[in-house]
Design a protein around this ligand. Structure first.
Ligand code: LRH
Ligand code: MN
Ligand code: MN
Length: 426
């Protein structure tokens, strides 16, 4: 199934033109506040989020996994699915691969499929949390921090192999997330495992090509339930600093204990030039990996407010690697990803509507009420007309979800691939 420009043009013609008058209202209202909506439209149209190769099938829980039907069975088919998302939204122009779930067989063919869809290869993800078939060493007792030296070496080598794969695809970064930790007090010496993790990460960093970055992802618990070696942003930042200039912290929205002030973490890391990547999802309880913006849209906006401030004021921080890290047990994965992309762009757009100068002045005056009013005025604006205009300008569908449904994408995929095909991944 390939979505053509003609499909998009035909569907956009049928879209109601109401959004242009709604857009005019927003443009005029914010012009009075010194905010230029036309430049926001361009920023929104340019914003690209990587789709993880493991999010294209219906994920499972440890209790079961049910195919959604028409799931991509090969990496080529996964890229085709991202091609569908990108054709509709024009904001999914990148893929993030998990190795070994998605080892390319034929590099030339894979690169051709990707470039045919306008997709680039963003951060590579290593996997040292599962033993693969035929593995020579086990990660049962940890990987980069294992008490077993052979397991540490094996995990280091895996990361170096992932870099080699990424180099052939044009990727420029490696994301490392460790499941390493312990389940019971006394099981591990905290300092020993931290030193092992640090030494192993330094070995990986030493093998990083000069134009690559290393992203270190943290998470407080799961699968380890007593202690996790890289549990928080402070540990990640410390390890990144130990590695060097091109090592950064990666924030995954689901990797925080309840009520953590994630926007402040983002601000702190950008101030130090050490925020490298971002995994979007949402959560009610833990690392739930559910649709972005489905539970906590206001905190997402507050996080974007800091991201926008950092992007405008922190030249010491690199451009961020944006990725959706979600899983879908009951929804069509592609519909879910369209919803996540929409939620990300809504929060980004709302943050762009904040007049930062006005906010700075109100903060300086300690006008607490005005500060809150400025943020909430932006947050309470329905910015969907701006998103529609951005997509129309970029050549995407004005309403991607409606387009996806009227083109009957899922039933076509089921016809092409079968109703029981299963994608690799979680
Ligand atoms: C860990 C994580 C990490 C993994 C992905 C599958 O919870 O967020 O990013 O690579 O999930
Ligand atoms: Mn993640
Ligand atoms: Mn996670």
């Amino acid at each position: 199934m390939k979505i053509t420009q003609q499909h998009i043009a035909d569907l956009n013609k049928k879209e109601d033109t109401l959004f242009t008058s709604e857009l005019d209202l927003i443009t005029n209202r914010f012009a009075k506040k010194g905010v230029d909506v036309n430049s926001i439209i361009d920023k929104v149209a340019a914003f690209q989020v990587a789709i993880p190769s493991w999010a294209l099938g219906a994920g499972g829980t440890r209790f079961g996994r049910f195919s959604y039907g028409g799931e991509p069975a090969t990496l080529e088919q996964k890229l085709d699915d991202i091609g569908i998302l990108h054709a509709l939204t024009k904001s999914a122009g990148a893929v993030s691969l998990h190795i070994p779930w998605d080892i390319p067989q034929d590099y030339k063919a894979i690169k051709e499929v990707a470039s045919g869809h306008g997709i680039i290869f963003d951060a590579m993800n290593s996997n040292t949390f599962q033993d693969q078939q035929g593995a020579k060493e086990s990660y049962k007792h940890g990987s980069l921090s294992s008490t077993v030296a052979a397991s540490r070496d094996y995990a280091i080598q895996h990361n170096l192999d992932v870099i080699k794969i990424g180099e052939q695809l044009g990727s420029k970064s490696l994301t490392v997330w460790l499941a390493d930790g312990s389940n019971f007090p006394g099981q591990r010496n905290f300092q020993t495992v931290l030193k092992h993790a640090e030494d192993s990460l330094k070995s990986i960093y030493a093998g990083l090509p000069a134009d690559w970055s290393l992203f270190i992802e943290y998470k407080p618990y799961e699968p380890a339930f007593y202690s996790t070696v890289i549990q928080d942003w402070g540990t990640s930042l410390m390890l990144a600093n130990a590695c060097g200039d091109r090592a950064y912290t990666l924030v995954d929205l689901g990797h925080h204990l309840p009520n953590t002030n994630i926007e402040q973490i983002v601000a702190t890391l950008m101030y130090k030039g050490k925020l490298g990547g971002f995994h979007f999802n949402d959560s009610k309880y833990g690392d739930d990996d559910i649709t972005v913006g489905s539970i906590k849209p206001y905190p997402l906006f507050l996080i974007f407010n800091e991201l926008v401030y950092g992007m405008e004021n922190n030249p010491q921080n690199p451009d961020l690697a944006w990725m959706i890290d979600a899983s879908h047990n009951t929804k069509d994965p592609l519909e879910d990803l369209i919803q996540s992309l929409e939620a990300i762009l809504i929060a980004y757009t709302q943050a762009l509507l904040v007049n930062q100068d006005e906010l700075r002045a109100a903060q300086q005056d300690n006008d607490v009420v005005k500060c809150q009013e400025i943020l909430q005025d932006a947050y309470r604006t329905d910015v969907r007309p701006i998103l529609k205009a951005a997509r129309q300008k970029a050549g995407g569908a004005i309403d991607p979800l409606a387009a996806y449904r009227s083109l009957a994408v899922r039933s076509t995929l089921i016809t092409e691939r079968g109703s029981n095909s299963k994608a690799t991944g979680l």
